[in-house]
Design a protein around this ligand. Structure first.
Ligand code: PRX
Length: 655
């Protein structure tokens, strides 16, 4: 393992010298981390029981901390407890400190910003929740949220949570077809959306996409439309309702519906290695606890801090840190509608300086892009408020890590490379700012309650000790882990709990170096990670074969300087599709999934490499594209070896 020799960065002095620059980190030494970590693993019930009482407000206390386990996937945390997520995220802070800023909105155009206090948030959530009630929506119903990055999106999350309604947020970059599939799978009764979105100076025609999706969604009774731009958009009464008109009718307080700890809070669809996206289901208490405690410790959040997460609320990072972690902990969170380069590549740094952001959280793809554009865009902006700078979504290469540390963090901030997944609910492997020395490219050590184990992928044996490489699994349940796949518990068991009995399977390859630090290598299944967006080869392939002219398709992930990976696809055409053009096929994927999934390259080939039983050998395609045709490995199962030179020629011609 070459990476294990890389440079060690001690905890920055600035963080440890609380006398000069307060606050003192919550956990300020490696020993303190180890002590707490040991307790979390040896006595999980005492550990989590105490934290659940400290960090959450309970309407009815729990008696049991944990029941069930990995065998049946019947995990339940705090099963007798009752609470409400929106009460925890809004009311208790509004009661204590109504004027504290909960949300800072930074719009697409610089200068378009506003703040919302906890007191205002309570009233906004109350009005919207009362509107939802008036449509006879009840606990256990699902509502789809397809919104741009505006504070009203958070209000929509919380209004659902207030009534025990399960929200299913769909990232507003997904196409009409992808939105339709998610609405249908969850049988959503309402869609909360906007007229249009604005991002990077461009308009996104959100309402039109919703209308297109709803042509085939019989469960949807109403569409609630927030006016973001005020443009003239198609509006279908009585199905469609204007947000501003609806909330005007409502009283600003709505009593929270108290739910069980294990009642569903939300669904979030994510791609796996096979078939359709899965509706990952998170429950209330465990998820909130995981979100709040990681928010506190991984970002070392203190009173008065401003947390700036640049992710979209349509992904898990937005759910857990922009919304639930920050608000449950009573923090101030930024909702950023734009891009890192609009109107200039200084935008992030202008936002940090303007709002005095203390914790900044983004993805390696943005860091790599900004690094390429040059440090001059960072200089001249006052970034002295920053204490913690984080990365998430994909492995961060050491060069990008060092740039982030030096140019953005000025060597004075803690860099936290946080590893987690939609399914883990909150961060599971990461440094803690005041406690863990870092190594560029390593997510370092497990968070409290997380017991990582490395298995030999073939034998399933545990690989003990340091200096080992294998697949990453977890040995104990943790509070914020997903509980099921919506309406398909067998799929949950098959994907996460059955591949290696007794463990939760992540699907990621990992190494543990000589110091016991973890290095996430990326997916070992057919999942492609483009700019931190998770895509499955199966989804891309099914979008391609939906085209009339396409016979077969194989999608692979190819390493890319900025986006981490890029999608390349090999396509064979039907005889009657022989005039099909590559650009039509790219459009086909944009239509089926979204622009972010568009293949960077499509090769039209006469045949695909297949085993004699007809399975596509993507491994061969990956090697050919990487220019490693001399390392194709064992080809004895390949049905027609003569295809290989044709593939190599095709790729060489087009690269
Ligand atoms: O492969 C890992 C990668 O992203 C996957 C999870 O994707 P998603 O559910 O969309 O959640 C992304 C945001 C939490 C993981 O299986 N991944 C995420 N964070 C890291 C990472 N890979 C390496 N290092 C990370 N810090």
């Amino acid at each position: 393992m070459s990476t294990e020799h890389s440079k060690i960065h001690p905890v920055p002095e600035r963080l440890l010298d609380a006398k000069k620059v307060p606050p003192k980190p919550h956990i300020d030494s490696f020993e303190a981390y180890q002590k707490m970590y040991r307790k979390s693993i040896m006595e999980p019930e005492a550990f989590w029981g105490q934290l659940a009482k400290e960090l959450l407000h309970w309407h009815k206390p729990f008696e049991t901390v944990l029941s069930g386990g990995f065998d049946y996937g019947d995990i339940a945390w705090f099963p007798e407890g009752e609470l409400n997520a929106s009460y925890n995220c809004v009311d208790r802070h509004a009661l204590a400190n109504p004027d504290k800023v909960a949300i800072i909105y930074e719009g697409d155009e610089p200068g378009n910003d506003r703040t919302i206090t906890y007191g205002e948030l309570l009233r906004d959530v109350g009005r919207l929740a009362n509107a939802l009630k008036s449509y006879r929506l009840r606990k256990g119903d699902t509502v789809a949220i397809y919104m741009p990055m505006v504070p009203e999106a958070i209000i929509a999350f919380l209004a659902c949570a207030r009534l025990g309604i399960i929200h299913s947020v769909v990232f507003a970059g997904f196409s009409a077809e992808a939105l339709r599939d998610r609405i249908r799978d969850a049988s959503s009764k309402l869609v909360i959306t906007a007229d249009e979105g604005r991002r990077g100076g461009k308009t996104i025609h959100i309402k039109k996409i919703v209308d297109e999706a709803l042509k085939e969604c019989p469960t949807v009774e109403h569409v609630l439309v927030y006016q973001r731009t005020g443009s003239d958009v198609p509006f279908k009464s009585p199905r469609d309702l204007w947000w501003h008109e609806e909330i005007e009718k409502q009283r600003p307080y709505c009593p929270p519906e108290i739910v069980n700890s294990e009642d569903a809070l939300f669904l979030l669809y994510t791609s796996g290695s096979t078939g359709k996206p899965k509706g990952i289901l998170h429950t209330t208490a465990g998820y909130l606890l995981g979100a709040a405690i990681t928010f506190k410790y991984v970002f070392d959040y203190h009173e008065g801090d401003v947390f700036g997460c640049m992710a979209d609320i349509g992904w898990i990072t937005g759910h857990t840190y922009i919304v639930y972690g920050s608000l449950c902990y009573g923090g101030t969170t930024v909702v950023f509608e734009s891009t890192p380069i609009y109107p200039t590549p200084s935008r992030y740094w202008e936002v940090v300086a303007k709002h005095k952001i203390t914790q900044f959280y983004t993805a390696p793809t943005a860091i790599r892009l900004l690094r390429r554009l040059g440090h001059q865009h960072v200089e001249g902006h006052d970034l002295s408020s920053l204490r913690v700078i984080g990365s998430v979504g994909e492995p961060i290469n050491p060069e990008a890590w060092e740039w982030y540390n030096e140019v953005v963090g000025k060597g004075k901030c803690a860099v936290v490379d946080t590893y987690w997944q939609t399914e883990t609910g909150s961060i599971v492997i990461s440094p803690l700012p005041g406690a863990i020395p870092t190594k560029p490219g390593s997510a370092t050590v497990p968070f409290f309650g997380v017991d990582p184990v490395i298995l030999d992928p073939t034998s399933g044996e545990e690989l003990h000790g340091n200096g080992v490489e294998g697949v990453l699994v977890f040995k104990q349940p943790w509070p914020s882990m997903a509980r099921t796949v919506y309406n398909n518990h067998n799929r949950y068991l098959d994907t996460y709990l059955k591949p290696y009995k007794g463990y939760y399977y992540t699907g990621d390859g990992v190494g543990r170096d000589e110091d016991g630090y973890y290095w996430i290598r990326g997916r070992v299944d057919d999942v492609i990670n483009v700019s931190g967006h998770r895509l499955s080869t199966a989804e891309i392939e099914s979008a391609l074969v939906a085209h009339d002219g396409v016979a077969e398709a194989a999608a692979i992930g190819v390493s890319h300087e900025i986006t981490g990976q890029a999608v390349h696809a090999f396509v064979t055409l039907k005889a009657r599709g022989e005039n099909t053009e590559v650009k039509e096929l790219v459009l086909q994927v944009q239509k089926g999934i979204g622009t972010f999934a568009a293949p960077k390259k499509i090769y039209l080939v006469p045949d695909l490499p297949k085993t004699r039983s007809g399975k596509i050998m993507r491994r061969v395609l990956r090697k050919v594209v990487a220019g490693e045709s001399d390392q194709l490995g064992d080809l004895s199962t390949l049905a027609d070896p003569s295809i290989i030179p044709t593939l190599i020629n095709k790729v060489n011609q087009e690269q």
